[in-house]
Ligand binder design. Structure first.
Ligand code: NAD
Length: 466
C-alpha cells in the first residue's frame, strides 16, 4: 500500500506546478464540471447512495449534501478572479523605493480526509477550495459510508486525472499510510481524537493542517425567548441527519421554569415533523452503523439506570439502527450524555436558574464548535458572547452559519484549527507568499557596511522617526 501511495504522491508532486499555474478561468472550468456532475449526472446516484448508507431522505441529501457544494462552487466562481490577484500592501517609509504584495500561491499536494456524516458535502466542499487555490489533491473519504464513497470515487475518476485529483477508498489503514507522506497541506474533518493523530503525523513533515473537528455544541434558551420557535428550530437542528451533525445542538441549557412548556412543545413538534411514529416517517434518517447505534443506546440505557427524566422517546430498533427522537432532563454532569459528543438523536436538557450558571457550565468544558442562544434579551446575548468562546454560532436559530460562505467556518482549539468556506477555504489551501520589489536605490542601501558615524546618525534618525 505504501508503495502505491508513494507513486501517486510523486505523480501529483511532479504535476503540481502545471496545476498551480492554471488561470482562474481554467480552475472555474474544473469546478463547472463538478457542478454539472452533482446537479445532473450524479444527483440521483448520490441520493440513492445516501439512502443506502443510512436511509437519508432524498430531500435532506439535496439540501445538506448537494446544495452546500453547489453554493461553494457558485461563490468561488463569482470571486476567484479577485482571490487569486496579488494583494498590494503598504510599504513603510524606511523601505523607500520598494513595493510590497501578497501572492496567494497553491500549497502544492494536499490531502483531504473526510467524515461519514455529510460525506458528499464535507469531501467535495473542501475539494472546491483546494481546486480554486490551484492544488493537486488526494482524497480519503470515510469507510463508514461506502455507498457515498463509491459514487464520489466514480465522479473523481470521470472528471480528473489521477495526477491532479485522486480518491482513495479504504479503511483507517489507508488514512494511516497516507499520513506518512509529506503532503503540503492536510484538510481533515472528523473527531478531536483523530484530529490529534492527524496533527501528530503532520508534525513529522511540518505539514500545515486545517482541522475541522467536533465536540458538544450548547444551546441556551432564556426566559425572553420565543419558546415555540426555539423548540421548532432546535428539533430541526438536532434531528436532521438523525442528530449526526457536527454543529447540531448537542444539549440545551433551559431556564428551569420553562421545562413543562418546553416538553409539551417538543412532543407536538416531533409529531408534526415525523408523525406519531418517527420509525415510519420518510423524513427521518437512521444511525450510520451498529457501532454508533450501540454507543447511542448505551446513553439511553444510562439515563434509564440513573432514573433520569426521559420526557420523550427512548425506544430503539437494532434491526434498522433506528433510535427514536429522545428528550432527557437533568443528567448528571459526569454521565456519558453530558461528557461525550452525542452525535445522535438524543437531546439532554439541563435546567438553570441564573444566566451565569450557563456560562460557568459551558466554560467548564472544551470550547465548542458552535454555541446557540435563543433570547430576546440584548443584555443576556452580550453577556454570553463576552464570557464564552466558540468556533461559530447563531442567535435564535442553529446550523445556518454553515450556509453563509462569507463567514469563516471552523472551530477553536479542541473543536478545530483553521477555517473553511469561501475565501477562507481558498486561503486554507494557499500560502500567502510575502513579496517585495525594489524599484530604485533603496534607503537600506545607504546603511550597509562599512559602518560610519554618518550611517550611525541615519540609523538614529530611522529609530526615532520611521
Ligand atoms: P473520525 O474522526 O472517526 O473519522 C474521520 C476520518 O478519519 C475518516 O475518514 C476515517 O477513516 C479517518 N480516521 C479514523 N481513524 C483514524 C486514524 N486512527 N488515523 C487516521 N485516520 C483515521 O470522525 P467521524 O466519525 O467520521 O465523524 C464524526 C466526527 O467528525 C464528530 O466528532 C464530528 O463532530 C466531526 N465533524 C466535524 C465537522 C466540522 O466541520 N467541524 C463536520 C462533520 C463532522
Amino acid at each position: 500500500m505504501d508503495n502505491k501511495f508513494n507513486m501517486l504522491f510523486n505523480r501529483q508532486k511532479a504535476n503540481q506546478f502545471k496545476v498551480g499555474i492554471s488561470t482562474y478561468k481554467e480552475r472555474i472550468k474544473k469546478l463547472e464540471l463538478l457542478r454539472k456532475a452533482l446537479e445532473s449526472t450524479y444527483k440521483q446516484k448520490i441520493r440513492e447512495a445516501m439512502y443506502a448508507d443510512f436511509k437519508k431522505p432524498f430531500l435532506e441529501t439535496d439540501l445538506t449534501e448537494i446544495y452546500p457544494v453547489l453554493t461553494e462552487i457558485k461563490f468561488a466562481k463569482s470571486n476567484l478572479k479577485y482571490w487569486v490577484k496579488d494583494q498590494k500592501v503598504d510599504t513603510p517609509l524606511a523601505l523607500l523605493g520598494a513595493s510590497s504584495y501578497i501572492k496567494y500561491e497553491p500549497k502544492g499536494v494536499c490531502l483531504i480526509i473526510s467524515p461519514w456524516n455529510f460525506p458528499i458535502n464535507l469531501t467535495f466542499g473542501p475539494l472546491v477550495s483546494a481546486i480554486a487555490a490551484g492544488n493537486t489533491v488526494v482524497i480519503k473519504p470515510s469507510e463508514m459510508t461506502p455507498n457515498a464513497s463509491g459514487v464520489m470515487a466514480d465522479i473523481v475518476k470521470e472528471l480528473f486525472n489521477e495526477d491532479e485529483v485522486a480518491l482513495v477508498e479504504g479503511e483507517v489503514e489507508v488514512s494511516e499510510a497516507l499520513l506518512k507522506l509529506p503532503f503540503n497541506h492536510i484538510f481533515f474533518t472528523g473527531s478531536p481524537q483523530v484530529g490529534k493523530i492527524v496533527m501528530k503525523a503532520a508534525s513529522e513533515h511540518l505539514t500545515s493542517v486545517t482541522l475541522e473537528l467536533g465536540g458538544k455544541s450548547p444551546t441556551i434558551i432564556d426566559d425572553s425567548a420565543n419558546l415555540e420557535t426555539a423548540v421548532k428550530r432546535i428539533i430541526y437542528g438536532k434531528f436532521t441527519n438523525a442528530g449526526q451533525t457536527c454543529i447540531a445542538p448537542d444539549y440545551v441549557l433551559l431556564k428551569s421554569e420553562l421545562k413543562d412548556e418546553f416538553t409539551k412543545l417538543f412532543k407536538s413538534k416531533i409529531a408534526e415533523f415525523y408523525s406519531e411514529d418517527a420509525e415510519q416517517s420518510d423524513s427521518y434518517s437512521r444511525i450510520v452503523n451498529p457501532k454508533h447505534f450501540e454507543r447511542l443506546v448505551s446513553y439511553i440505557e444510562e439515563a434509564k439506570q440513573n432514573k433520569s427524566d426521559i420526557a420523550f422517546g427512548g425506544t430503539y430498533n437494532a434491526s434498522d439502527n433506528y433510535i427514536e427522537p429522545t428528550l432527557v432532563f437533568d443528567m448528571p454532569k459526569d454521565s456519558k450524555l453530558m461528557t461525550d459528543e452525542i452525535f445522535g438523536p438524543i437531546l439532554p436538557v439541563k435546567t438553570y436558574s441564573s444566566i451565569q450558571e450557563t456560562v460557568d457550565y459551558i466554560n467548564s468544558n472544551e470550547k465548542p464548535l458552535a454555541l446557540y442562544i435563543y433570547s430576546k434579551s440584548k443584555k443576556n446575548i452580550a453577556y454570553i458572547m463576552d464570557n464564552t468562546r466558540a468556533g461559530s454560532g447563531c442567535v435564535n436559530h442553529n446550523l445556518l452559519q454553515f450556509l453563509n460562505h462569507n463567514l469563516p467556518f471552523g472551530g477553536s482549539n479542541n473543536s478545530g484549527i483553521g477555517k473553511a468556506h469561501g475565501f477562507y477555504g481558498f486561503e486554507a489551501f494557499s500560502n500567502r507568499r510575502a513579496m517585495m520589489k525594489q524599484h530604485t536605490i533603496g534607503a537600506t542601501d545607504l546603511l550597509m557596511p562599512p559602518y560610519t558615524n554618518f550611517k550611525q546618525k541615519l540609523i538614529d534618525l530611522t529609530l526615532k522617526w520611521f
